[in-house]
Design a protein around this ligand. Structure first.
Ligand code: FAD
Length: 461
Protein backbone atom coordinates (compact mmCIF):
# COMPACT_ATOMS: atom_id res chain seq x y z
CA UNK A 1 0.00 0.00 0.00
CA UNK A 2 1.44 3.34 -1.11
CA UNK A 3 -0.54 5.57 1.20
CA UNK A 4 -0.67 5.91 4.90
CA UNK A 5 -4.39 5.65 5.54
CA UNK A 6 -5.97 5.91 8.99
CA UNK A 7 -7.59 2.51 8.51
CA UNK A 8 -7.41 -0.45 6.13
CA UNK A 9 -11.15 -0.78 5.94
CA UNK A 10 -13.96 1.49 7.04
CA UNK A 11 -17.44 0.06 7.41
CA UNK A 12 -20.21 2.66 7.37
CA UNK A 13 -23.27 1.58 9.36
CA UNK A 14 -23.44 -1.03 12.12
CA UNK A 15 -26.54 -3.03 11.22
CA UNK A 16 -26.43 -6.79 10.52
CA UNK A 17 -24.58 -5.96 7.31
CA UNK A 18 -22.05 -3.57 8.82
CA UNK A 19 -21.16 -5.32 12.06
CA UNK A 20 -20.88 -8.71 10.32
CA UNK A 21 -18.54 -7.22 7.71
CA UNK A 22 -16.46 -5.44 10.36
CA UNK A 23 -16.10 -8.59 12.46
CA UNK A 24 -15.26 -10.83 9.50
CA UNK A 25 -12.67 -8.38 8.15
CA UNK A 26 -11.07 -8.02 11.60
CA UNK A 27 -10.91 -11.82 11.90
CA UNK A 28 -9.09 -11.85 8.56
CA UNK A 29 -6.47 -9.48 9.92
CA UNK A 30 -7.55 -6.10 8.56
CA UNK A 31 -7.45 -2.97 10.66
CA UNK A 32 -11.14 -2.06 10.70
CA UNK A 33 -13.04 1.08 11.67
CA UNK A 34 -16.81 0.80 12.16
CA UNK A 35 -18.71 4.09 11.88
CA UNK A 36 -22.25 4.35 13.23
CA UNK A 37 -24.35 7.45 13.75
CA UNK A 38 -26.07 6.02 16.84
CA UNK A 39 -24.45 5.00 20.12
CA UNK A 40 -25.57 1.38 19.91
CA UNK A 41 -24.54 -1.17 17.33
CA UNK A 42 -27.05 -3.48 15.62
CA UNK A 43 -28.81 -1.14 13.18
CA UNK A 44 -32.49 -1.38 12.39
CA UNK A 45 -32.63 -5.14 12.91
CA UNK A 46 -31.50 -5.23 16.54
CA UNK A 47 -32.79 -1.87 17.71
CA UNK A 48 -36.08 -1.26 15.91
CA UNK A 49 -36.68 -4.24 13.61
CA UNK A 50 -36.32 -8.02 13.67
CA UNK A 51 -35.44 -8.47 17.33
CA UNK A 52 -37.83 -6.22 19.28
CA UNK A 53 -40.70 -7.25 17.00
CA UNK A 54 -40.02 -10.92 17.68
CA UNK A 55 -39.83 -10.33 21.44
CA UNK A 56 -43.30 -8.78 21.33
CA UNK A 57 -44.59 -11.48 18.95
CA UNK A 58 -43.51 -14.11 21.45
CA UNK A 59 -45.66 -12.50 24.14
CA UNK A 60 -48.53 -12.18 21.67
CA UNK A 61 -48.40 -15.87 20.77
CA UNK A 62 -48.45 -16.93 24.44
CA UNK A 63 -51.49 -14.73 25.04
CA UNK A 64 -53.32 -16.21 22.09
CA UNK A 65 -52.38 -19.80 22.91
CA UNK A 66 -53.49 -19.53 26.51
CA UNK A 67 -56.79 -17.99 25.44
CA UNK A 68 -57.33 -20.82 22.93
CA UNK A 69 -56.91 -23.37 25.73
CA UNK A 70 -60.49 -22.83 26.81
CA UNK A 71 -61.50 -25.17 23.97
CA UNK A 72 -59.32 -27.84 25.60
CA UNK A 73 -60.87 -27.50 29.01
CA UNK A 74 -58.26 -25.20 30.50
CA UNK A 75 -59.37 -21.67 31.21
CA UNK A 76 -56.87 -18.90 31.74
CA UNK A 77 -58.06 -15.55 32.98
CA UNK A 78 -58.14 -12.58 30.63
CA UNK A 79 -54.55 -11.32 30.59
CA UNK A 80 -53.69 -8.13 32.40
CA UNK A 81 -51.18 -6.19 30.37
CA UNK A 82 -48.50 -4.18 32.15
CA UNK A 83 -47.32 -2.26 29.13
CA UNK A 84 -44.28 -0.79 30.82
CA UNK A 85 -43.04 -4.13 32.06
CA UNK A 86 -43.56 -5.64 28.63
CA UNK A 87 -41.50 -2.81 27.15
CA UNK A 88 -38.81 -3.38 29.78
CA UNK A 89 -38.59 -6.98 28.65
CA UNK A 90 -38.38 -6.01 24.99
CA UNK A 91 -35.81 -3.30 25.68
CA UNK A 92 -33.86 -5.75 27.82
CA UNK A 93 -33.65 -8.18 24.92
CA UNK A 94 -32.38 -5.42 22.64
CA UNK A 95 -29.91 -4.22 25.28
CA UNK A 96 -28.49 -7.68 25.78
CA UNK A 97 -27.79 -8.08 22.08
CA UNK A 98 -26.48 -4.61 21.34
CA UNK A 99 -24.28 -4.87 24.45
CA UNK A 100 -23.03 -8.22 23.21
CA UNK A 101 -22.10 -6.63 19.87
CA UNK A 102 -20.13 -3.87 21.58
CA UNK A 103 -18.23 -6.55 23.48
CA UNK A 104 -17.50 -8.52 20.32
CA UNK A 105 -16.27 -5.38 18.54
CA UNK A 106 -13.90 -4.71 21.41
CA UNK A 107 -12.57 -8.28 21.48
CA UNK A 108 -11.78 -8.04 17.79
CA UNK A 109 -10.14 -4.65 18.22
CA UNK A 110 -12.53 -3.03 15.76
CA UNK A 111 -12.15 0.75 16.09
CA UNK A 112 -15.48 2.43 16.63
CA UNK A 113 -16.47 5.95 15.59
CA UNK A 114 -19.80 7.49 16.42
CA UNK A 115 -21.17 10.06 14.01
CA UNK A 116 -22.78 10.52 10.65
CA UNK A 117 -20.40 9.67 7.82
CA UNK A 118 -20.24 11.38 4.46
CA UNK A 119 -17.72 10.90 1.68
CA UNK A 120 -15.24 13.68 1.02
CA UNK A 121 -13.44 11.78 -1.73
CA UNK A 122 -12.83 8.15 -2.63
CA UNK A 123 -10.38 7.65 0.26
CA UNK A 124 -11.75 10.09 2.85
CA UNK A 125 -14.83 10.25 5.06
CA UNK A 126 -16.11 13.12 7.15
CA UNK A 127 -17.47 11.79 10.44
CA UNK A 128 -18.91 14.62 12.49
CA UNK A 129 -15.99 17.01 12.96
CA UNK A 130 -13.39 14.38 12.14
CA UNK A 131 -11.88 13.15 8.93
CA UNK A 132 -10.94 9.53 8.40
CA UNK A 133 -8.88 8.22 5.52
CA UNK A 134 -9.30 4.63 4.39
CA UNK A 135 -7.86 2.17 1.92
CA UNK A 136 -11.16 0.35 1.29
CA UNK A 137 -14.76 0.98 2.39
CA UNK A 138 -17.96 -1.01 2.83
CA UNK A 139 -21.19 0.98 2.68
CA UNK A 140 -23.80 -0.63 4.93
CA UNK A 141 -26.09 2.31 5.65
CA UNK A 142 -29.34 0.39 5.36
CA UNK A 143 -32.73 1.91 4.83
CA UNK A 144 -35.33 4.11 6.50
CA UNK A 145 -39.08 4.09 6.83
CA UNK A 146 -40.91 5.34 3.77
CA UNK A 147 -43.17 8.09 5.09
CA UNK A 148 -46.35 8.52 3.07
CA UNK A 149 -46.58 12.19 2.10
CA UNK A 150 -49.49 14.46 3.08
CA UNK A 151 -50.02 12.77 6.43
CA UNK A 152 -50.07 14.53 9.82
CA UNK A 153 -46.64 13.22 10.85
CA UNK A 154 -46.32 15.68 13.73
CA UNK A 155 -49.24 13.94 15.48
CA UNK A 156 -47.93 11.12 17.69
CA UNK A 157 -51.01 9.01 16.96
CA UNK A 158 -49.67 8.54 13.44
CA UNK A 159 -46.92 5.95 13.71
CA UNK A 160 -44.20 4.25 11.69
CA UNK A 161 -42.83 0.81 12.67
CA UNK A 162 -40.34 2.35 15.12
CA UNK A 163 -43.14 4.20 16.93
CA UNK A 164 -45.28 1.05 16.95
CA UNK A 165 -42.46 -0.88 18.64
CA UNK A 166 -42.01 1.92 21.20
CA UNK A 167 -45.67 1.32 22.09
CA UNK A 168 -46.45 4.43 24.10
CA UNK A 169 -50.07 3.25 24.16
CA UNK A 170 -52.16 0.23 23.32
CA UNK A 171 -54.89 1.93 21.30
CA UNK A 172 -58.47 0.73 21.26
CA UNK A 173 -58.57 0.95 17.49
CA UNK A 174 -55.58 0.74 15.17
CA UNK A 175 -55.52 1.11 11.40
CA UNK A 176 -52.53 -0.41 9.65
CA UNK A 177 -51.76 0.99 6.22
CA UNK A 178 -49.90 -1.70 4.26
CA UNK A 179 -50.53 -5.45 4.42
CA UNK A 180 -46.88 -6.46 4.08
CA UNK A 181 -44.79 -8.41 6.57
CA UNK A 182 -44.05 -5.53 8.97
CA UNK A 183 -47.66 -4.32 9.09
CA UNK A 184 -49.01 -7.81 9.67
CA UNK A 185 -46.50 -8.59 12.42
CA UNK A 186 -47.58 -5.43 14.21
CA UNK A 187 -51.24 -6.41 13.67
CA UNK A 188 -50.46 -9.74 15.36
CA UNK A 189 -48.86 -8.00 18.35
CA UNK A 190 -51.43 -5.27 18.89
CA UNK A 191 -54.46 -7.53 18.41
CA UNK A 192 -53.17 -9.92 21.09
CA UNK A 193 -52.76 -6.94 23.42
CA UNK A 194 -56.36 -5.94 22.83
CA UNK A 195 -56.46 -3.44 19.95
CA UNK A 196 -59.15 -3.69 17.29
CA UNK A 197 -57.25 -3.95 14.03
CA UNK A 198 -58.09 -2.77 10.53
CA UNK A 199 -55.63 -3.46 7.72
CA UNK A 200 -55.77 -1.65 4.39
CA UNK A 201 -53.80 -2.93 1.40
CA UNK A 202 -53.72 -1.56 -2.14
CA UNK A 203 -53.16 -4.93 -3.83
CA UNK A 204 -55.69 -7.78 -3.99
CA UNK A 205 -53.94 -9.84 -1.31
CA UNK A 206 -51.89 -9.46 1.86
CA UNK A 207 -48.09 -9.96 1.51
CA UNK A 208 -48.15 -9.34 -2.25
CA UNK A 209 -44.73 -11.02 -2.70
CA UNK A 210 -46.01 -14.45 -1.64
CA UNK A 211 -48.41 -16.82 -3.42
CA UNK A 212 -52.06 -16.09 -2.72
CA UNK A 213 -52.91 -19.59 -1.44
CA UNK A 214 -50.09 -19.32 1.10
CA UNK A 215 -51.46 -16.11 2.52
CA UNK A 216 -55.08 -17.26 2.68
CA UNK A 217 -54.91 -19.20 5.99
CA UNK A 218 -53.25 -16.16 7.59
CA UNK A 219 -55.92 -13.87 6.19
CA UNK A 220 -58.66 -16.12 7.58
CA UNK A 221 -56.98 -16.37 10.97
CA UNK A 222 -56.58 -12.60 11.15
CA UNK A 223 -60.28 -12.19 10.43
CA UNK A 224 -61.76 -15.03 12.45
CA UNK A 225 -59.49 -15.42 15.47
CA UNK A 226 -58.17 -11.91 15.78
CA UNK A 227 -61.31 -10.16 14.52
CA UNK A 228 -59.33 -7.92 12.17
CA UNK A 229 -61.03 -6.08 9.35
CA UNK A 230 -59.13 -6.40 6.08
CA UNK A 231 -59.67 -3.94 3.25
CA UNK A 232 -58.03 -5.15 0.05
CA UNK A 233 -57.71 -3.20 -3.23
CA UNK A 234 -58.25 -0.11 -1.17
CA UNK A 235 -56.22 3.05 -0.70
CA UNK A 236 -56.02 5.70 1.96
CA UNK A 237 -56.63 9.01 0.23
CA UNK A 238 -56.64 11.27 3.28
CA UNK A 239 -55.72 11.22 6.95
CA UNK A 240 -56.71 14.13 9.18
CA UNK A 241 -55.86 14.66 12.82
CA UNK A 242 -58.93 15.37 14.91
CA UNK A 243 -59.44 15.56 18.64
CA UNK A 244 -61.31 12.26 18.72
CA UNK A 245 -58.74 10.39 16.62
CA UNK A 246 -57.28 10.20 13.13
CA UNK A 247 -59.96 10.47 10.48
CA UNK A 248 -59.00 8.36 7.50
CA UNK A 249 -60.66 8.41 4.09
CA UNK A 250 -60.50 5.34 1.85
CA UNK A 251 -60.65 5.61 -1.94
CA UNK A 252 -61.95 9.14 -1.76
CA UNK A 253 -65.29 8.39 -0.10
CA UNK A 254 -65.64 6.11 2.97
CA UNK A 255 -64.17 7.53 6.14
CA UNK A 256 -63.54 6.18 9.59
CA UNK A 257 -61.83 7.45 12.75
CA UNK A 258 -59.08 5.47 14.53
CA UNK A 259 -57.23 6.02 17.79
CA UNK A 260 -53.95 5.36 16.03
CA UNK A 261 -52.69 4.70 12.51
CA UNK A 262 -49.54 2.76 11.60
CA UNK A 263 -47.99 3.39 8.21
CA UNK A 264 -46.09 0.32 7.01
CA UNK A 265 -45.82 0.78 3.27
CA UNK A 266 -42.17 -0.04 2.80
CA UNK A 267 -38.66 1.24 3.31
CA UNK A 268 -36.31 3.33 1.22
CA UNK A 269 -32.55 2.88 0.96
CA UNK A 270 -30.18 5.41 2.56
CA UNK A 271 -27.79 5.66 -0.40
CA UNK A 272 -28.81 9.28 -0.95
CA UNK A 273 -27.53 10.44 2.46
CA UNK A 274 -23.78 9.81 2.29
CA UNK A 275 -22.54 12.15 -0.45
CA UNK A 276 -21.59 9.06 -2.44
CA UNK A 277 -20.94 11.19 -5.54
CA UNK A 278 -17.87 12.69 -3.80
CA UNK A 279 -16.33 9.23 -3.97
CA UNK A 280 -17.69 8.62 -7.48
CA UNK A 281 -20.08 5.89 -6.27
CA UNK A 282 -23.23 5.73 -8.35
CA UNK A 283 -26.57 5.85 -6.54
CA UNK A 284 -29.83 5.44 -8.44
CA UNK A 285 -32.89 7.72 -8.18
CA UNK A 286 -34.40 5.63 -5.42
CA UNK A 287 -31.23 5.63 -3.30
CA UNK A 288 -30.01 2.11 -4.18
CA UNK A 289 -26.36 1.40 -4.95
CA UNK A 290 -25.68 -1.31 -7.50
CA UNK A 291 -22.95 -3.85 -6.93
CA UNK A 292 -21.33 -6.80 -8.67
CA UNK A 293 -21.13 -10.35 -7.34
CA UNK A 294 -18.29 -9.40 -5.01
CA UNK A 295 -20.43 -6.58 -3.63
CA UNK A 296 -18.16 -3.99 -5.28
CA UNK A 297 -19.71 -0.70 -6.40
CA UNK A 298 -18.61 0.99 -9.63
CA UNK A 299 -15.60 2.18 -7.57
CA UNK A 300 -13.45 -0.93 -7.18
CA UNK A 301 -12.28 -0.43 -3.58
CA UNK A 302 -15.69 0.61 -2.26
CA UNK A 303 -18.22 -2.14 -1.52
CA UNK A 304 -21.91 -1.94 -0.56
CA UNK A 305 -24.15 -4.48 1.19
CA UNK A 306 -27.54 -4.97 2.80
CA UNK A 307 -30.72 -2.95 2.36
CA UNK A 308 -28.89 -0.21 0.45
CA UNK A 309 -28.08 -2.56 -2.46
CA UNK A 310 -31.61 -3.79 -3.08
CA UNK A 311 -34.40 -6.22 -2.34
CA UNK A 312 -35.11 -8.29 -0.43
CA UNK A 313 -34.43 -5.99 2.50
CA UNK A 314 -33.71 -8.73 5.02
CA UNK A 315 -31.13 -9.13 7.76
CA UNK A 316 -29.90 -12.56 6.65
CA UNK A 317 -29.27 -11.21 3.16
CA UNK A 318 -27.28 -8.29 4.62
CA UNK A 319 -25.09 -10.52 6.80
CA UNK A 320 -24.45 -12.98 3.97
CA UNK A 321 -23.38 -10.17 1.65
CA UNK A 322 -21.28 -8.76 4.49
CA UNK A 323 -19.07 -11.82 4.66
CA UNK A 324 -18.51 -11.75 0.91
CA UNK A 325 -17.56 -8.06 0.91
CA UNK A 326 -15.23 -8.48 3.91
CA UNK A 327 -13.53 -11.52 2.41
CA UNK A 328 -13.17 -9.83 -0.98
CA UNK A 329 -11.71 -6.76 0.75
CA UNK A 330 -9.20 -9.07 2.45
CA UNK A 331 -8.19 -10.38 -0.98
CA UNK A 332 -10.08 -13.68 -1.02
CA UNK A 333 -11.63 -14.92 -4.25
CA UNK A 334 -15.28 -15.06 -3.25
CA UNK A 335 -18.55 -14.03 -4.84
CA UNK A 336 -22.27 -14.06 -4.10
CA UNK A 337 -23.42 -17.52 -5.05
CA UNK A 338 -26.54 -18.18 -2.98
CA UNK A 339 -29.33 -19.62 -5.09
CA UNK A 340 -32.12 -18.42 -2.86
CA UNK A 341 -32.97 -16.08 0.03
CA UNK A 342 -35.86 -17.16 2.27
CA UNK A 343 -38.61 -14.80 3.45
CA UNK A 344 -40.65 -15.21 6.61
CA UNK A 345 -43.63 -13.36 8.04
CA UNK A 346 -43.63 -14.08 11.78
CA UNK A 347 -47.36 -13.70 11.96
CA UNK A 348 -49.86 -16.16 13.41
CA UNK A 349 -49.79 -18.49 11.54
CA UNK A 350 -46.34 -17.86 10.09
CA UNK A 351 -45.83 -17.64 6.33
CA UNK A 352 -42.48 -18.67 4.86
CA UNK A 353 -41.31 -19.12 1.32
CA UNK A 354 -38.09 -19.62 -0.60
CA UNK A 355 -37.02 -19.87 -4.23
CA UNK A 356 -39.53 -20.00 -7.06
CA UNK A 357 -43.12 -19.00 -6.25
CA UNK A 358 -46.09 -20.04 -8.38
CA UNK A 359 -46.72 -16.38 -9.22
CA UNK A 360 -43.17 -16.02 -10.51
CA UNK A 361 -43.27 -19.33 -12.39
CA UNK A 362 -46.44 -18.25 -14.22
CA UNK A 363 -45.04 -14.80 -14.95
CA UNK A 364 -41.80 -16.18 -16.37
CA UNK A 365 -43.39 -19.22 -18.00
CA UNK A 366 -41.30 -21.68 -15.99
CA UNK A 367 -42.58 -25.26 -16.00
CA UNK A 368 -43.28 -26.63 -12.52
CA UNK A 369 -45.32 -29.19 -10.63
CA UNK A 370 -46.56 -28.91 -7.08
CA UNK A 371 -46.37 -31.40 -4.21
CA UNK A 372 -48.65 -30.23 -1.43
CA UNK A 373 -49.45 -31.58 2.02
CA UNK A 374 -52.33 -30.12 4.04
CA UNK A 375 -51.67 -29.98 7.76
CA UNK A 376 -55.23 -31.17 8.39
CA UNK A 377 -53.66 -34.59 7.72
CA UNK A 378 -50.77 -34.10 10.17
CA UNK A 379 -51.11 -35.78 13.55
CA UNK A 380 -48.92 -33.14 15.13
CA UNK A 381 -50.89 -30.23 13.71
CA UNK A 382 -54.15 -31.86 14.85
CA UNK A 383 -52.71 -32.32 18.33
CA UNK A 384 -51.68 -28.67 18.32
CA UNK A 385 -55.19 -27.75 17.22
CA UNK A 386 -53.63 -25.76 14.36
CA UNK A 387 -54.54 -27.53 11.14
CA UNK A 388 -54.98 -24.49 8.90
CA UNK A 389 -51.47 -24.72 7.47
CA UNK A 390 -49.97 -26.51 4.51
CA UNK A 391 -46.61 -27.22 2.95
CA UNK A 392 -46.07 -27.01 -0.79
CA UNK A 393 -43.00 -27.75 -2.85
CA UNK A 394 -42.41 -26.74 -6.46
CA UNK A 395 -40.45 -29.18 -8.63
CA UNK A 396 -39.01 -29.15 -12.12
CA UNK A 397 -41.22 -31.75 -13.89
CA UNK A 398 -38.25 -32.96 -16.02
CA UNK A 399 -35.44 -33.28 -13.51
CA UNK A 400 -37.62 -33.55 -10.38
CA UNK A 401 -35.31 -30.99 -8.74
CA UNK A 402 -36.82 -28.73 -6.12
CA UNK A 403 -37.27 -25.14 -7.32
CA UNK A 404 -39.17 -23.48 -4.52
CA UNK A 405 -41.19 -24.00 -1.37
CA UNK A 406 -43.89 -22.32 0.66
CA UNK A 407 -45.13 -23.13 4.13
CA UNK A 408 -47.95 -21.55 6.08
CA UNK A 409 -48.64 -22.66 9.63
CA UNK A 410 -47.21 -22.44 13.14
CA UNK A 411 -43.40 -22.48 13.06
CA UNK A 412 -43.24 -22.18 9.27
CA UNK A 413 -40.24 -19.87 9.72
CA UNK A 414 -38.28 -22.65 11.41
CA UNK A 415 -39.41 -25.28 8.92
CA UNK A 416 -38.36 -23.43 5.77
CA UNK A 417 -34.61 -23.84 6.44
CA UNK A 418 -34.61 -27.49 5.38
CA UNK A 419 -35.91 -26.39 2.00
CA UNK A 420 -33.31 -23.64 1.66
CA UNK A 421 -30.68 -26.36 2.08
CA UNK A 422 -32.53 -28.67 -0.33
CA UNK A 423 -32.55 -25.97 -3.02
CA UNK A 424 -28.90 -25.01 -2.42
CA UNK A 425 -27.93 -28.69 -2.74
CA UNK A 426 -30.03 -29.24 -5.85
CA UNK A 427 -32.11 -31.98 -4.20
CA UNK A 428 -34.54 -34.07 -6.19
CA UNK A 429 -37.93 -35.04 -4.81
CA UNK A 430 -36.57 -38.47 -3.84
CA UNK A 431 -33.80 -36.94 -1.73
CA UNK A 432 -36.49 -35.28 0.34
CA UNK A 433 -39.06 -38.08 0.43
CA UNK A 434 -36.45 -40.74 1.27
CA UNK A 435 -35.04 -38.73 4.15
CA UNK A 436 -36.50 -40.11 7.36
CA UNK A 437 -38.16 -37.29 9.26
CA UNK A 438 -38.99 -37.63 12.96
CA UNK A 439 -42.59 -38.44 13.81
CA UNK A 440 -44.79 -36.74 14.84
CA UNK A 441 -43.46 -33.37 13.67
CA UNK A 442 -44.63 -30.58 11.43
CA UNK A 443 -41.36 -31.10 9.54
CA UNK A 444 -42.73 -34.41 8.25
CA UNK A 445 -44.99 -32.33 6.04
CA UNK A 446 -41.90 -31.54 3.95
CA UNK A 447 -41.26 -35.21 3.13
CA UNK A 448 -45.00 -35.79 2.64
CA UNK A 449 -45.16 -32.96 0.08
CA UNK A 450 -42.33 -34.60 -1.88
CA UNK A 451 -44.21 -37.91 -1.70
CA UNK A 452 -47.37 -36.17 -2.89
CA UNK A 453 -45.43 -34.94 -5.92
CA UNK A 454 -44.08 -38.45 -6.58
CA UNK A 455 -47.51 -40.00 -6.12
CA UNK A 456 -46.16 -42.32 -3.42
CA UNK A 457 -47.88 -40.77 -0.42
CA UNK A 458 -49.45 -43.18 2.04
CA UNK A 459 -52.00 -41.95 4.54
CA UNK A 460 -50.47 -41.75 7.97
CA UNK A 461 -50.97 -39.47 10.93
P1 FAD B 1 -29.54 -1.36 8.85
O1 FAD B 1 -29.93 -2.37 9.83
O2 FAD B 1 -30.55 -0.36 8.40
O3 FAD B 1 -28.30 -0.60 9.48
C1 FAD B 1 -27.75 0.52 8.89
C2 FAD B 1 -27.00 1.30 9.96
O4 FAD B 1 -26.29 2.36 9.34
C3 FAD B 1 -27.92 1.95 10.98
O5 FAD B 1 -27.51 1.62 12.27
C4 FAD B 1 -27.78 3.44 10.70
O6 FAD B 1 -27.92 4.24 11.86
C5 FAD B 1 -26.40 3.52 10.12
N1 FAD B 1 -26.17 4.67 9.25
C6 FAD B 1 -26.92 5.07 8.20
N2 FAD B 1 -26.36 6.12 7.60
C7 FAD B 1 -25.23 6.38 8.27
C8 FAD B 1 -24.22 7.35 8.12
N3 FAD B 1 -24.24 8.25 7.13
N4 FAD B 1 -23.20 7.35 9.01
C9 FAD B 1 -23.14 6.44 10.02
N5 FAD B 1 -24.07 5.51 10.19
C10 FAD B 1 -25.10 5.47 9.32
N6 FAD B 1 -35.40 -8.59 8.50
C11 FAD B 1 -35.32 -9.90 8.70
O7 FAD B 1 -34.52 -10.57 8.07
N7 FAD B 1 -36.12 -10.54 9.61
C12 FAD B 1 -37.04 -9.87 10.33
O8 FAD B 1 -37.75 -10.46 11.15
C13 FAD B 1 -37.16 -8.47 10.15
N8 FAD B 1 -38.05 -7.76 10.86
C14 FAD B 1 -38.11 -6.41 10.69
C15 FAD B 1 -39.02 -5.68 11.43
C16 FAD B 1 -39.11 -4.32 11.31
C17 FAD B 1 -40.10 -3.55 12.14
C18 FAD B 1 -38.24 -3.64 10.40
C19 FAD B 1 -38.30 -2.17 10.24
C20 FAD B 1 -37.34 -4.37 9.64
C21 FAD B 1 -37.26 -5.74 9.78
N9 FAD B 1 -36.36 -6.50 9.03
C22 FAD B 1 -36.30 -7.85 9.20
C23 FAD B 1 -35.44 -5.88 8.05
C24 FAD B 1 -34.04 -5.74 8.64
O9 FAD B 1 -34.12 -4.95 9.79
C25 FAD B 1 -33.11 -5.11 7.62
O10 FAD B 1 -33.12 -5.84 6.43
C26 FAD B 1 -31.68 -5.06 8.14
O11 FAD B 1 -31.60 -4.33 9.33
C27 FAD B 1 -30.75 -4.45 7.09
O12 FAD B 1 -29.46 -4.44 7.57
P2 FAD B 1 -28.40 -3.39 7.04
O13 FAD B 1 -27.14 -3.71 7.75
O14 FAD B 1 -28.41 -3.32 5.59
O15 FAD B 1 -28.94 -1.96 7.51
Amino acid sequence: QDHNYDTDLVVIGAGPGGYTAAFRAADLGLNVTLVERYDTLGGVCLNVGCIPSKALLHTASIIRETQAMKDHGVVFKKPEIDREKLLDFKNGVVGKLTGGLAQMAKQRKVNRMTGEAKFVDDHTLQVGDDKLTFNQAIIAVGSRVFKLPDMPWDDERLMDSTDALAMTEIPKSLLIIGGGIIGLEMATVYSALGSEITIVEMMDQLIPGADKDLVKPLQQHLKKTMGAEIKLKSKVTECKAQKSGLKVTFDGDDSETYDRVLVAVGRRPNGDLIAADQAGVEVDDRGFISVDKQMRTNVNHIFAIGDVVGQPMLAHKASHEAKIAAEAAAGEKVYFDARVIPSVAYTDPEVAWVGLTENEAKEKDIAYEVGKFPWAASGRAIGNDRTEGFTKLLFDPETEQILGAGIVGTNAGELISELCLAIEMGCEAADISLTIHPHPTLAESVAMSAEAFEGTITDMY
